[in-house]
Design a protein around this ligand. Structure first.
Ligand code: OSB
Ligand code: MG
Length: 378
């Protein structure tokens, strides 16, 4: 493969409803899309999951654009690479951080490899890893709601349409009351979990321990992303399994989590860990240690979703992912067909055609584009 053209584009896509987490609210998304073209004319699209504002990780759409154009694209453009698995090391050398920027290009190269080899993306990722899932089960991630009643209603709706897991965003002051109301309304066996997006400190230990009686599947990222040791202390105090999201920005952090017992479950977001090579390594490590993983989401368009669905088809992804269908996020997605979910909460893994399995609606993307830059070999 030789990447001969990389087009960066920013599109603006309005969410069906605003999404509030402990550190901020998103109403419209600025989405960075990559279009990659190799010397044989094969084309693949990928998506960068960085947000507009650095409230989830230090990266933003603008830092990612800069990193891709200035430091990363020049390392790949015009260079022959044997396979996508060799791209990550080229982008890691002497570049610290910028995982989301790196991931968007690295994942795009996996997409390009799938197109070139005429294989479904899931098949390329799963090579040597056993049977792939035909469908992946899906959970909904519910943003912070105006009232416990509103939240209960949303959670009930979600179960009624088939979702296999209900994740509730919490923050101090909007946590136990909300979770208790939902548990009471949904019953003792409903698959419920909470995500704090780092809103607590270790001083909140006894407060968080009160959640144990609610039988949550897990509590996601209660403490700061750098707080592995404190997560380990907290896990000693609570019986609810801790799941790490923001803290796991690479394979080493997953190893640390296991060694320190800082968590018992990993949310793998390929964008957060720097791409597919690292996602696969974390998947393999967790499988070896009996640590369940699931695929998280970042309010992606249908392009990013395709990459997440392909990854979630691997055997270690035993818990429902944040892989909602297109309609949960957008009036109209930018891919054809749009992503749908069955009444059993399953999303089909495309394996009947090469690449990511959906086609980008170019006219729609063109109409939504707010900036664009075409990069070629130096
Ligand atoms: O913490 O998982 C998170 C969205 C933006 C930033 C952080 C998170 C999320 C989600 C969305 O939970 C899940 C989805 O894409 O459906
Ligand atoms: Mg999270």
């Amino acid at each position: 493969m030789k990447l001969v053209r990389l087009t960066l584009r920013e599109i603006s896509l309005t969410l069906v409803e605003p999404f509030q987490i402990s550190s901020g609210t998103a109403s419209a998304r600025r989405i960075l899309l990559l279009e990659l073209e190799d010397d044989d004319g094969a084309v693949a699209w990928s998506e960068c999951v960085a947000g507009e504002f650095p409230n989830y990780s230090p990266e933003t759409v603008d830092t990612a654009w800069w990193a891709l154009r200035e430091w990363m694209a020049p390392r790949i453009l015009g260079k022959a690479v044997a396979s996508a698995s060799g791209v990550a090391p080229l982008l890691e050398r002497e570049i610290r951080g910028h995982q989301m920027a790196r991931a968007s290009l690295e994942m795009g190269m996996w997409g390009l490899e799938a197109v070139s080899r005429q294989l479904p993306l899931a098949r390329v990722l799963g090579e040597g890893r056993g049977a792939l899932r035909q469908t992946v089960s899906t959970g909904i991630s519910l943003g912070i709601q105006p009232s416990p009643e509103a939240l209960v209603e949303r959670a009930q709706e979600a179960l009624a349409v088939g979702y296999r897991k209900v994740k509730i965003k919490i923050k101090p002051g909007q946590d136990l009351t909300q979770l208790r109301a939902v548990r009471l309304a949904l019953g003792p066996t409903a698959p419920l979990m909470a995500d704090a997006n780092s809103a607590y400190t270790l001083d909140d230990g006894s407060h968080l321990a009160a959640m144990d009686e609610l039988d949550l599947m897990m509590l996601e990222q209660p403490l700061d992303r750098t707080d592995l040791l404190r997560h380990a202390r907290l896990q000693e105090q609570i019986s609810t399994p801790i799941c790490l999201d923001e803290s796991i920005d690479g394979l080493d952090r997953a190893e640390d989590m296991i060694a320190l017992k800082a968590g018992r479950i990993v949310n793998i977001k390929p964008g957060r860990v720097g791409g597919f090579a690292t996602s696969l390594a974390i998947h393999d490590l967790c499988l070896k240690h009996d640590v369940p993983v699931w695929c998280g989401g970042m309010l992606e368009s249908g392009v990013g979703r395709a990459y997440n669905v392909a990854l979630a088809a691997l055997p270690g992804f035993t818990l429902p992912g944040d892989l909602s269908p297109s309609r949960r996020y957008w009036d109209r997605d930018i891919v054809d067909p749009e992503w749908t979910m069955s009444a059993q909460g399953e999303v089909h893994v495309p394996q009947d055609r090469p690449g990511m399995g959906v086609t980008v609606d170019r006219d729609r993307v063109e109409a939504l584009t707010v900036r664009k830059e075409v990069l070629g070999p130096a």
